[in-house]
Structure formats: structure tokens, C-alpha cells
Write a protein that binds this ligand. Structure first.
Ligand code: NAP
Length: 304
């Protein structure tokens, strides 16, 4: 798909009157995306877990041009908090709904993600995104976006062990690298399965996107308790080929809010990397019976 489109026309867009909800906007990629929508004059509502950070970001967003910047507080590792935050957003948005839901919370699995069942990593990185996208599926009018590792996933997927309890107990995912490959592959498969199911039943005006950000200069490795070696590797990758959060934010902004970007998505589908290259859905998410089993499991977890 060539060099990809230019985001230059982003600069002339005004989103006055639109609402963008950015989840995980207290720092990192989410903060960059929230700032980008604020600069275009959108009302930016952020979801964060820390009140002090929420207030500071809201002040900044107002200064950048978001007339109605506000925050909701939620610990996204809690299903109840996710459902409560979604309810508050739905009520505040009313009939008009929100234009954009952009989810950036979480990061790679860390040292403490071996607990059986829905562990804190899975809860934030995957389950919270599914809950918010599902609860807000009739509220979002233009784009529902997950920014996370995409284009991963093994050819095998055990739908009887979505929480990877057997893998965790066997110690097969105990090293940092094995965690990122095994757990990251599971995450991508579940997220892709959910996004494909949500897109299937949504209005054609709403675009579902799963975006892989490439390397963005954030503190995600330290924030998720990775080893000093991984933190150093990620710092080096950032220096050599990373984008700042504000540089990267032009991409999700282009694909969701810019008419040229929306046409690009219409032609190319829902999975993109940071160079505007299509990445495939996780292989097992494309298999109908696996996808349906994952989706039924997610619906059951949300209803518990
Ligand atoms: N940066 C990259 O190069 C890169 C590459 C590939 C994929 N990704 C993916 O992109 C996403 C964003 O990464 P990032 O680099 O922006 O990470 P980050 O800088 O660590 O930001 C993560 C955000 O998630 C929030 N968060 C974490 N746990 C939460 C919880 N329980 N409740 C509420 N909020 C919570 C954090 O809030 P606090 O400020 O309160 O901690 C923070 O705002 C992640 O899924 C990551 O895996 C990033």
C-alpha cells in the first residue's frame, strides 16, 4: 500500500461540537490523542484512575482548545468501574452520543500477571476495552478505536483457556519474552474477535479500528514493571525509531476524524499499523467458530 497517505490536512480540521472520549489519557499515547482532539476544538472527555492527573490533563486540554474537557474516574481493572464509567458517559452524552471512543489504557503483561482467571493485565488491556466498546456501542457515532499490539496471535487458540490458567500454571509464560509473545498473542486474538463481532452489528457509519502504534516514546515498560533490560531496550528503540506522543496522535486523528482518513479506512478495513500498512486480524479471530466462542465467553463475563 505504498508510503501511505499524508496527514497534512489534519491541521485544517475543526471538530467544534464533537465529543471525543479518550481512555487512559493521563499519560502516554492517550494523552497525545486527547491533546490532538483538543487542538481541533473537540470536547474531550477523558477516563483516568487518578484524580490529580485527571484534573491536570483537563486543565491542559482546556488551554489547548477543548471547551468542555472533563474527566471520569475509573480503575479499569474493575468490571464494575468500567460499566459505571460507561453509564456516566452514556447519560452525559444523551441522544446526540459521542463521536469518538479511543482506548489506550494498559500495556504489556508485567511480572505480577500470573494470577489465575482474569488477571489485572487482561482486565485492563483487553476486558476493559471490550466492556467500554460494548456498553457504548449505540452511543458512539463515528469511531471506536483500540490502540494496542495488533497483527499478533498464534495459529492455535484454546477457547477453553482464554484466561491462560493452564499456561500460567505450567510456567510456559514465566519469562518476560514468553509473556509478551504468549499473553500478547492471546490479547490480540480476543480483542480482534471482539472488534470483529462489534463491527458486524454496528451501523455502517461507525468505524471499528484496532491500531498498532509502532514505537511511541512513553514510559509504558517502566509503568508495567518490566525488567531493566526491557526498559532499556524500549528506550533505545524510542531513540532510534520512536515517535513522540504528539507525532503519533496524528495517525489515529487522521483515520478517525479526517474525511480522507475515513475513506482510507473504508477501503482498507479495521487493522492498521503506524505506517498505514494493513495488519491482518489475529488468525484465530478470523475463524468463525473460535471468534463466536470468544465472544460468547466475553458476553458471559460481562453479565456476571
Ligand atoms: N508505547 C509504545 O511504543 C507501544 C507499542 C505497542 C503497543 N502499545 C500499547 O499502546 C497502549 C498505550 O501504551 P502507552 O505507551 O501509552 O502506555 P502508558 O504511557 O503506560 O499509558 C497507559 C495508560 O493506561 C492507564 N492505566 C493503566 N492501568 C489503568 C487502570 N487500572 N485504570 C485506569 N487507567 C489505567 C495509565 O494510567 P496511569 O497514568 O494512572 O498509570 C495510562 O494513562 C498499551 O496498550 C500498549 O500496550 C504501546
Amino acid at each position: 500500500m505504498g508510503a501511505g497517505p499524508s496527514t497534512a490536512s489534519n491541521g485544517s480540521l475543526s471538530l467544534k461540537g464533537d465529543i471525543a472520549v479518550v481512555v487512559g489519557a493521563s499519560q502516554g499515547i492517550g494523552l497525545g490523542v486527547a491533546r490532538r482532539f483538543a487542538r481541533a476544538g473537540a470536547n474531550v472527555w477523558i477516563v483516568v484512575r487518578n484524580e490529580q492527573k485527571g484534573k491536570a490533563v483537563v486543565d491542559e486540554l482546556k488551554q489547548l482548545g477543548a471547551p468542555d474537557a472533563r474527566y471520569s474516574l475509573a480503575d479499569l481493572s474493575s468490571k464494575d468501574d468500567c460499566q459505571r464509567a460507561a453509564g456516566e458517559i452514556k447519560t452525559a452524552a444523551g441522544e446526540g452520543g459521542i463521536g469518538y471512543l479511543i482506548q489506550t489504557q494498559g500495556g504489556p503483561p508485567g511480572a505480577h500477571d500470573d494470577a489465575p482467571g482474569i488477571d489485572p493485565h487482561f482486565a485492563v488491556q483487553v476486558f476493559s476495552r471490550v466492556i467500554l466498546a460494548y456498553e457504548l456501542r449505540h452511543t458512539v457515532k463515528r469511531s471506536s478505536v483500540a490502540i494496542a499490539i495488533a497483527g499478533m496471535g498464534a495459529k492455535q487458540f484454546d477457547t477453553d483457556d482464554i484466561t491462560l490458567d493452564r499456561v500460567k500454571a505450567s510456567g510456559r509464560a514465566s519469562s518476560a519474552l514468553a509473556k509478551i509473545v504468549t499473553i500478547g498473542g492471546r490479547d490480540a486474538t480476543v480483542l480482534d474477535a471482539a472488534w470483529l463481532e462489534l463491527a458486524k452489528d454496528s451501523s455502517p457509519d461507525v468505524q471499528y479500528l484496532h491500531l498498532f502504534p509502532g514505537v511511541v516514546k512513553t514510559n509504558v515498560m517502566a509503568n508495567t514493571g518490566q525488567s531493566a533490560f526491557f526498559i532499556w531496550m524500549s528506550w533505545l528503540a524510542g531513540v532510534l525509531m520512536g515517535r513522540t506522543i504528539d507525532q503519533y496522535a496524528e495517525i489515529p486523528f487522521f483515520l478517525t476524524a479526517n474525511p480522507e482518513g475515513r475513506k482510507f479506512v473504508e477501503r482498507g478495513g479495521m487493522f492498521w499499523n503506524e505506517r498505514f500498512k494493513k495488519v491482518g486480524a489475529a488468525p484465530r479471530a478470523e475463524d468463525e467458530s473460535t471468534r463466536k466462542a470468544i465472544w460468547d465467553w466475553l458476553l458471559a463475563q460481562m453479565a456476571r
